[in-house]
Design a protein around this ligand. Structure first.
Ligand code: GLU
Length: 511
């Protein structure tokens, strides 16, 4: 029987989640769910210096919003708890010690000053930052160069040390990446990375291997920026004797700037005016808030859909996929090897399509919030649903519902009389005055009745309906926009329709 698929997303809680990070989550999730497997979130917080308050909570809020709920995590619990590496500190030392005992790692006693001195001494124009590696380790104070007794004495006296991996010289190691195929490295290109720090905390390189092993991870998608770390991980897997349990790796190509020149960064978003983070992120140090897709007015369905298409397709022209469809269709073979250019206009297109596709009831909560964000409290749920139905085909972002629909809930803040005036005359004034009277007497208040009455009155006054529609629209909504004008009148009701016509007539008279 083959092993149950278990994938993990292993973020370090250092700030807001970039859309590339959410895409990593998504691909892990889709693969796991497609295979009937588990999706695990493990928080990699061993680097206390980079810890940022609130970042972990933000990650889980983002996953919730996207509908990508983990099966196991520090929040969801699970059989391999704890899922925060800082709470697993005791697990790691024994493996570092095992590696030292077996000759694959060593103790290094060099002080920060000594390391600095080494870098200065061996720096050349060709090699401006010399590394602790196969060659330079020979010149440093470690358990490979010091006498056995001296090492024992230092350990005994609790002199601080780190454990470093002993990288072999000039060996080729390789693995098969699920996206890239065979990837090879020469070990001489890699330095002797620290595995265990002086404070007893593991570094990422040790913790990631130990936890992927202990948590029985079978596959993992991660960003391409982790590819240079792969040789270190491969050797740790091998040296700990776990090679046959090593997960299968997939290093995802980058999400590129719109012009295709390099990795998309938060700064590109700031510069070009689009979000790069999933949700608003407020940096606790600077108090600066970076806008997220959610707050910009994206639906989670659209966000997930557009991320899936950044580097994947199902082999057809189909672009709109729900999460269940993505789960069903996802295959690694169709993940692209090259980077995917981010196109904000296309991202908005996905949102527009999803707004059109969504049921009114699905949109209601988010649209209500969009109104509230603009200080419009919506209390009439039935009216809200009606409005959503009327304007949703015209909306790209959630805020567009406010722009397209606020006049349903309150009188327009201003009336564009300047557009009405050039073609305004006494005949039209008469028409609308009569219209008020006719509507006042109306016993029926449905779209078709209102339209019929309007047209009959126009005909009786020998006026063309076409010339009257624009002023009527402006009277009701304030400008040249919105859905069908008789739908609007039917929705806002008799009293409000009459009030708005009368108000505009007054404005036109007094100007
Ligand atoms: N903790 C790493 C990060 O911050 C995880 C890399 C990996 O998935 O191995 O993204």
């Amino acid at each position: 029987m083959s092993k149950k698929v278990r994938v993990r997303f292993a973020p370090s809680p250092t700030g807001g989640l970039h859309l590339g990070g959410v895409r990593t989550v998504l691909f892990n999730y889709l693969f796991a769910k497609n295979q009937g497997g588990d999706f695990i979130v493990r928080i990699e917080d061993t680097d206390q210096g980079r810890f940022v308050a609130g970042a972990e909570e933000y990650i889980f809020n983002t996953l919730k919003w996207c509908g990508l709920e983990p099966d196991e995590s520090p929040v969801h619990g699970g059989p391999y708890a704890p899922y925060r590496q800082s709470e697993r500190k005791e697990n790691y030392r024994q493996y570092a010690e095992q590696l030292v005992k077996d000759g694959y790692a060593y103790y290094a006693f060099d002080t920060p000053a000594e390391l600095e001195e080494m870098r200065n001494r061996f720096k050349t124009p060709e090699n401006p930052s010399p590394q602790y590696n196969q060659v330079l380790r020979e010149k440093m104070r470690n358990s490979l160069t010091l006498e056995k007794d001296e090492v024992a004495r230092l350990l005994n006296e609790s002199v601080p040390y780190v454990v470093r991996i002993k990288m072999p010289l000039n060996e080729t190691i390789s693995f098969t990446d699920m996206i890239r195929g065979e990837v090879s490295f020469n070990t001489s290109q890699v330095d002797d990375k620290v595995l265990l720090k002086a404070d007893g905390m593991p570094t990422y390189h040790l913790a990631v291997v130990v936890d992927d092993y202990l948590m029985k991870i079978t596959h993992a998608f991660r960003g391409e920026e982790w590819l240079p770390s792969a040789p270190v991980h491969l050797l740790v897997w091998k040296y700990l004797g776990w090679e046959k349990d090593m997960p299968q790796w997939a290093h995802l190509p980058l999400i590129l700037k719109p012009d295709g020149n390099g990795k998309l960064s938060k700064r590109d978003g700031d510069r070009l005016g689009f979000p790069v983070f999933a949700m608003d992120w407020t940096d606790p140090k600077t108090n600066e808030t970076t806008i997220g897709f959610k707050e910009r007015g994206f639906l989670p369905e659209a966000f997930v859909n557009l991320l899936a298409m950044l580097g994947w397709n199902d082999g057809t022209d189909k672009e709109i996929f729900s999460l269940p469809e993505l789960i069903e269709k996802f295959t690694i073979e169709r993940v692209h090897k090259g980077g995917a250019k981010f196109d904000y206009e296309k991202a908005k297109w996905y949102n527009h399509e999803w707004i059109k596709l969504s049921e009114v009831s699905q949109l209601a909560v988010a649209v209500k919030q969009a109104f509230l964000d603009k200080q419009i409290a919506v209390t009439d749920e039935a009216l809200l649903k009606k409005v959503i139905e009327l304007v949703k085909d015209r909306c790209t972002l959630l805020a567009d519902f406010v722009q397209q629909g606020s006049f349903f809930f309150q009188s327009p803040a201003s009336i564009d009389t300047d557009t009405i005036k050039p073609k305004w005359d006494e005949k039209k004034n008469m028409f609308f005055t009569e219209l008020i009277r006719a509507y006042e007497l109306s016993t029926l208040w449905e779209t078709a009745d209102l339209e019929k009455e309007f047209k009959e009155l126009a005909a009786a006054n020998q006026l063309k309906t076409g010339e009257l529609m624009l002023p009527f629209r402006i009277m009701l909504v304030g400008g040249k926009f919105g859905p069908g004008v008789f739908d609007i009148a039917a929705t806002i009701g008799k009293q409000e329709t009459i009030k708005r016509i009368a108000h505009t007539l007054q404005l036109l008279q007094s100007s």
